[in-house]
Design a protein around this ligand. Structure first.
Ligand code: NAD
Length: 261
């Protein structure tokens, strides 16, 4: 499998799953634009590392996924620099854990903007080029929470169910244009996003750190293991291959059996 001569934009890829996907695509020879927040020197290290390790062109955009104009500029910039965006991975996401009646309104708005609306803004900007070239791959990082719910995650679960619906709709619209649109739904992957929600889950449920890891997080996963970012990256790279050209409109679980229960 090679994706040489293709170019990708991966939102929220300075860390965690997005970085894992960016690295998996670069390994296949794809130019990548990474995006997200972090320390400038750490981001530059990742960007330069992608070029040095895989011999591809790697760019960085600091576009804030809550800002539609910055998102449009990011896609336009990638199209100019790479000559097109063939692969779009909507991955940026944040979490907030709170009972619904105490859920801060600004957190609800922020999660819907980053985890759901940003994918609409990137997609509408990237689709014309994909249609013109008659080839494209759109992959949305959803979650097991696009299929099932957990308490105290109202905004996250709503956004993830929403992105699963957006995926199906856009897949149908692009079905005859050589563009596939799918979502990947991981269970718990050990990343900063999961680590950061442990203290809030400890207080929301009155548990210790070990209890949250074993009785809340891994409790959901029959395999009792975290998914790795490399495994999610490999699935994304497969979805970009020609072998996956008839896979569209699906929601692919990679969750250690969580949603089988
Ligand atoms: P992470 O915190 O490691 O990475 C999130 C990335 O998004 C970072 O690069 C961050 O800088 C970026 N980001 C945050 N706000 C942004 C904004 N406003 N604009 C641009 N970038 C922004 O988290 P992760 O665990 O790798 O999560 C990535 C995606 O995977 C999210 O959509 C998350 O919901 C989903 N997911 C994660 C898990 C898990 O267990 N970790 C499970 C299922 C789904």
């Amino acid at each position: 499998m090679t994706l040489r001569s293709k170019s990708a934009v991966v939102t929220g890829s300075t860390s965690g799953i997005g970085l894992g996907i960016a690295r998996a695509l670069a390994r296949e020879g794809t130019n990548v634009l990474i995006n997200g927040f972090g320390e400038p020197q750490d981001i530059e290290k990742e960007r330069a590392g992608l070029e040095a390790e895989f011999g591809v062109k790697a760019l960085y955009s600091p576009a804030d996924m809550t800002k539609p104009d910055q998102i449009a500029d990011m896609i336009r910039g990638a199209e100019e620099a790479f000559g097109g965006v063939d692969i779009l991975v909507n991955n940026a996401g944040i979490q907030f854990v709170s009972p619904v009646e105490e859920f801060p309104i600004e957190k609800w708005d922020q999660i819907i903007a980053i985890n759901l609306s940003s994918a609409f803004h990137t997609t509408r900007a990237a689709v014309p080029g994909m249609k013109a070239r008659k080839w494209g791959r759109i992959i949305n990082t959803a979650s097991a929470h696009s299929l099932v719910a957990s308490p105290f995650k109202a905004a996250y679960v709503a956004a993830k169910h929403g992105i699963a619906g957006l995926t199906k709709t856009v897949a149908l619209e692009l079905a005859t244009h050589g563009v596939t649109v799918n979502c990947i739904s991981p269970g718990y992957v050990w990343t900063p996003l999961v680590e950061k929600q442990i203290p809030d889950t400890m207080s929301a449920r009155g548990l210790t750190r070990e209890q949250v890891i074993n009785d809340v997080l891994l409790e959901a996963q029959p395999t009792k293991q975290f998914v790795t970012v490399e495994q999610v990256g490999a699935l994304a790279a497969f979805l970009c291959s020609e072998a996956a050209s008839q896979i569209t409109g699906t929601n692919l679980s990679i969750d250690g059996g969580w949603t089988a229960e």
